[in-house]
Design a protein around this ligand. Structure first.
Ligand SMILES: NC(=O)c1ccc[n+]([C@@H]2O[C@H](COP(=O)([O-])OP(=O)(O)OC[C@H]3O[C@@H](n4cnc5c(N)ncnc54)[C@H](O)[C@@H]3O)[C@@H](O)[C@H]2O)c1
Length: 387
């Protein structure tokens, strides 16, 4: 459905925090592949009829850049993903120019080992990088999307890295998406700034596999008046995400979202935990197993087991592209604050919207309707100017 941008269609930036990671690389390669007509937009909800006429930026109008703390070139990262079967074998060479172009727009992130800059210095550098990106490419706007490694929840008052980037996004006048469970804009020190900047934001933690399934099955048990006694889950995954989540503190941040969906869709909180095991040999392939013990009529005991075997980055990348387009359009339409209507995309959505996928989809349809309303006239000047 995505049409080529007309010559007058403004270009839109997508600034990825964690720009050299698996998800980010799949986003850049995937967008180029769809734009070139090499692959259909499977998995992209914004390419379905739901968003017809909603004024979303065309995929071909997106310009990529970002921050990362490692320096592996994006084309090389794409080759590694192709070797692991995450990307189609021939894709890195077919979209080599687009990968190289995005690679040139990746700036050093932080804090890096031995970094002498304090929080203020890092925020200033990140903000300057964003403003430079907006101005050099004469972008109408840029959406900042956090796809960096999951951090443990902060314990003190110091801003974690994800919040430094979120603060920079606000300062540069950019809409913000937190696709991870990290703190990002959730830090108390950023709450006032988030509201006063008048920017739209969305999060947290993309809902791609086990939690997606839970948000469908939880309501099913409730609607059929079946009584769930225990719901236990185990995840086996490798890749950078598996390594990051082998830290129990980072895994705790992730598991909180997976468990919240059960508390929100079932009448009771069932027994059971979620475990994440790092299995490097699996690479980007995740196996998520859920074991659900429930009672039926006359107390008859039954079990449902589900096994989800997904390729994490292939599940996440279309959602990241959807969210970048939605936030860009929301910004253009003058929407601001937390976009709770985008709960469809997240494990731990902002606000107190529904947790059941069906209701979240209905809410997304209403959001699409809001976007179809005519946009207010563009403010003069480029985003981030004079702030
Ligand atoms: N299905 C999914 O893949 C899925 C779903 C929901 C959320 N997520 C989240 O998306 C994130 C990315 O996943 P991935 O598989 O691409 O992980 P990855 O390890 O491949 O990539 C993460 C990238 O972040 C970079 N990074 C780490 N600290 C940084 C910092 N301070 N500044 C800038 N960059 C930094 C790393 O160098 C790396 O390149 C994770 O937090 C993951 O939990 C993924």
């Amino acid at each position: 459905m995505s049409a080529d941008p007309s010559p007058s269609q403004p270009r839109v930036g997508v600034w990825l925090i964690g720009a050299r990671g698996s998800v980010a690389t799949t986003v850049v390669a995937g967008c180029a592949a769809m734009t070139a007509g090499l692959h259909p937009p499977t998995g992209m909800v914004t390419e379905t009829d739901l968003f017809h006429g909603a004024g979303l930026p065309a995929l071909s109008s997106l310009v990529f850049g970002g921050h990362d703390t490692v320096d592996c070139p994006l084309p090389k990262r794409a080759e590694a993903l192709a070797a692991g079967g995450v990307l189609p074998h021939s894709l890195p060479s077919a979209v080599a120019a687009e990968l190289a172009a995005a690679d040139r727009e990746i700036r050093p992130g932080g804090p890096a080992p031995g970094d002498t800059r304090d929080s203020t210095g890092l925020i200033e550098t990140f903000t300057a990088d964003l403003r430079d990106f907006l101005h050099r490419h004469r972008l109408a706007r840029a959406v900042v999307v956090n796809v960096a490694s999951t951090e443990p929840a902060p314990t003190g008052s110091e801003l974690p890295a994800s919040s430094l980037y979120a603060a920079a996004a606000l300062r540069a006048g950019c809409p913000y998406v937190n696709f991870t469970p990290s703190t990002g804009l959730h830090h108390p020190a950023l709450q006032d700034l988030a509201v006063s900047r008048g920017l739209p934001f969305a999060g947290r933690d993309g809902k791609t596999g086990q939690t997606l399934l839970r948000s469908v099955l939880g309501p099913m048990f409730t609607q059929r008046a079946l009584s769930v006694r225990a719901w236990s889950g185990t995840n086996l995954l490798g890749g950078g995400d598996g390594a990051a989540l082998s830290d129990p503190a980072a895994a705790a941040a992730k598991n909180a979202g997976k468990e919240r969906v059960l508390a929100d869709t079932l009448d009771t909180v069932p027994e059971g935990d979620v475990h994440i095991d790092d299995v490097p040999a699996l690479g980007d392939w995740k196996t998520a197993w859920d074991h659900i013990a429930f009672d039926g009529f006359l107390g008859t005991r039954m079990i449902l087991q589900t096994t989800w075997q997904g390729c994490d980055s292939a599940l996440a990348a279309p959602l990241v592209l959807d969210l970048a387009r939605l936030l860009a359009r929301a910004h253009e339409a003058g929407l601001s604050g937390p976009l709770g209507e985008l709960g469809f995309y997240f494990k731990d959505p902002l606000g107190d919207g529904p947790a059941a996928l069906g209701e979240q989809y209905a809410q997304l349809a209403r959001f699409a309707e809001r976007l179809r309303a005519p946009a207010p006239s563009e403010p003069r000047g480029l985003p981030g100017e004079g702030r």
